[in-house]
Design a protein around this ligand. Structure first.
Ligand code: URA
Length: 265
């Protein structure tokens, strides 16, 4: 099929490639081009029962559909499906796929990171790149793993943001707030005994504090989600530990504190 790129001179093609790289593209993932910025095809309205006039769909402002869509979910699978159908977050247009969660939904421990990176965007699972591999090794040292079947040794992993920000840029306040109802509903449904925040973004969102992560880390706090107080431990993000390996000793202290909390309750 001819594309607009067939008409380009080599110079124009090189300029287009340079622009894509500037926008954060790092590799070619699909053989077929996908215009992620094209308007989505309108959804077919649900068929009305014979003889019953079909009601007009209520026109909610797009961002306001988040809380409603999240509140209507009664399982983690329904949250994943609601996110697949949620078109208000602009990050969805530039991401390859949804990256919702991984691990054991029955786990006592929920880990919350910031946002998917390149590897997570390709695989659709949180923390599968280099920082995820470090995270898995750290968890194993504390007797925890995302693959464990018993809830005492298992973890469930998700992020504040469910689509990769282009070029791994920091998500905006608006993008974070759009995703927040889905994270909160995930916490309500997964019912963790303990939440571990990886880095400042989830710690700020779930505690309302704004101090730097080096001040917050290692201190037990509380996340109040729908009237339930959940013990929450902020710790250092594994990507930061890859850049600052000397700080691993602090993360190790936090893991020991997590282990003690789990063993005591
Ligand atoms: N960093 C995050 O915060 N989340 C991921 O899923 C991967 C890297």
């Amino acid at each position: 099929m001819p594309t607009k790129y067939d008409d380009m001179t080599p110079h124009e093609a090189a300029e287009a490639l340079r622009w894509l790289a500037l926008m954060g593209a790092e590799e070619i993932i699909l053989a077929e081009q996908v215009n992620r910025l094209a308007a989505p095809a309108p959804r077919a309205p649900a068929a009305a029962a014979p003889g019953v006039p079909s009601p007009e769909a209520p026109s909610l402002p797009l961002a306001a559909t988040g809380p409603t869509a999240a509140a209507g979910c009664n399982s983690l699978a329904e949250i994943a499906a609601a996110l697949e159908a949620f078109d208000a977050c602009p990050l969805k247009k530039t991401a390859t796929r949804l990256c919702f969660a991984d691990g054991n939904p029955k786990a006592r421990v929920m880990l919350v990171g910031e946002a998917p990176g390149r590897d997570e965007d390709i695989q659709g699972k949180p923390f599968v790149g280099r920082s995820g591999q470090l995270l898995d090794r750290m968890l194993a040292a504390a007797g925890l793993s995302r693959g464990a079947e018993d809830r005492d040794s298992a973890v469930f992993i998700t992020n504040v943001i469910f689509w990769r920000p282009p070029g791994n840029r920091t998500p905006t306040e608006a993008e974070t707030l759009m995703c927040l109802p889905f994270l909160l509903r995930t916490i309500e449904l997964q019912k963790p005994d303990v939440i571990v925040c990886l880095g400042a973004t989830p710690a700020h969102r779930l505690t309302g504090r704004s101090d730097g992560i080096l001040k917050l880390r290692g201190k037990w706090m509380t996340a109040n989600v729908s009237g339930r107080n959940i013990p929450l431990l902020p710790t250092l993000h594994p990507a930061y530990l890859l850049r600052q390996p000397a700080q691993k000793r602090l993360a190790w202290r936090d893991l020991l504190s997590l282990r003690q909390m789990l063993d005591a309750h």
